[in-house]
Design a protein around this ligand. Structure first.
Ligand code: GDP
Length: 366
């Protein structure tokens, strides 16, 4: 090994092998006098934040430093993958700092969904996970909906303190920060000044704020139990909704099964005939069959008729959970895929999802 080269933008160790990895710089750039990693390069020249992957240990080390700071923590989650994009243990890492919880990708929700019900659910789910945010907000970093409201709330809640944006990969952290940079960069009243060079804090992008504080973008964190990590990049395009999700209604008799591609499954075990309303990516194929045939079908056709996944070799076994439906209409949430709205007091439903991928229930958000 030669000498260690450090990025003069963010202080990370430079490497030239892994393009997606932390500290990557093209070999040709090593000739230059001042060497910066590709992430800093893009931020500096194109005002664009790029994601890099870190190991779990790197990530934990970064999170561990948060409890010692005096800052506002902005935690971004993907509302289509709330459980998958939650950062376990976040309440311990943030110490006494306030947390503003932001649910991103609100543009994917059907218009009929009541936004305040989504916020109530996020509040409840946070509490169950041990976190009590100062506020819960929804936005779409992609369409820009409510993005400036979030920016304003950040400015209010931070009270002159630094801001740390945390979230796992794919929640839309880069889209949000890039959106902010574009939106606010030019104006005099700007919250964020874009002309500044990224700071020197190891592994974090430092965006200076106009009062001398900073907004830090922590690197994307990989949550291994996300559905997103069980499929290829191409398949992720199929399962992650791109536009407003259109509900599909299935009238089911008891002992019927729905397969969501080959990624998850729902069995209607017992109860009277009723509708199951599926809110998932419009491109994901839902296959209906009889319960008695379901196991055999899965064994024979996972990877072809039941796809994604295309590659079944490394795909984990599905784990079963049983749910009894009470008086209230419920959403059964398949983390990373979407949800199915069910009603019918006394009905029994079973869900099957890959080991580690959460299935949860919430009062229906309609
Ligand atoms: P990061 O890994 O957290 O930085 O996430 P990215 O910003 O790279 O976004 C991950 C994916 O989600 C990309 O395909 C984005 O286009 C998409 N995305 C980000 N924000 C939104 C949003 O508000 N709505 C929708 N529909 N997609 C979004």
């Amino acid at each position: 090994m030669g000498e260690t080269i450090i990025c003069s933008g963010c202080g990370v160790q430079i490497q030239t092998e892994d393009k997606e990895g932390l500290g990557y710089a093209p070999p040709s750039s090593l000739e230059r006098e001042v060497i910066i990693c590709q992430r800093c390069y893009r931020l500096k020249h194109y005002n664009e934040v790029q994601d890099v992957s870190l190991t779990d240990d790197d990530f934990l080390a970064i999170l561990n430093t948060l409890s010692r700071k005096k800052a506002l923590i902005v935690k971004i989650v993907d509302i289509f993958d709330f459980d998958g994009s939650w950062l376990p243990g976040i309440h311990r890492f943030v110490g006494d700092n306030d947390v503003l919880l932001v649910g991103n990708k609100v543009d994917l929700l059907p218009k009929s969904v009541k936004r305040n019900k989504v916020i109530n659910w996020m509040q409840r789910a946070s509490k169950e996970n041990g976190l009590k945010p100062v506020d819960v907000m929804l936005m779409s970093a992609e369409s820009g909906e409510a993005m400036m409201n979030v920016a304003q709330a950040i400015d209010e809640y931070r009270n002159g303190k630094d801001v740390y944006i945390v979230g796992c990969t794919n929640v839309g952290k880069s889209t949000f920060i890039n959106g902010l940079l574009k939106e606010l960069g030019a104006g005099d009243e700007a919250l964020i000044t874009t002309s500044n060079v990224p700071g020197t804090t190891l592994d974090m992008i430092d965006v200076p704020l106009d009062d001398g504080s900073s907004l830090f973008d922590t690197p994307g964190i990989i949550n291994h139990h996300q559905m997103a990590h069980l499929v290829t990049k191409k398949e992720l395009k199929i399962i992650a909704p791109k536009k407003e999700v259109k509900p599909t209604v299935f009238q089911l008799n008891e002992e019927q099964t729905l397969f969501f591609g080959g990624l998850s499954r729902l069995d209607f075990m017992s109860g009277s005939r009723q509708s199951f309303i599926v809110y998932m990516s419009n491109e994901l194929h839902v296959h209906r069959t009889k319960l008695e045939k379901a196991d055999e079908l899965y064994e024979k056709h996972l990877g072809d008729m039941l796809t994604p996944p295309g590659d079944t070799k490394h795909f984990p076994d599905l784990q079963m959970k049983e749910w009894k439906i009470g008086k209230e209409k419920l959403d059964i949430v398949f983390s990373g895929l979407g949800w199915v709205t069910v009603s019918g007091e006394g009905s029994i439903v079973r869900t099957h999802a890959p080991k580690g991928v959460h299935v949860t229930i919430r009062p229906s958000i309609f």
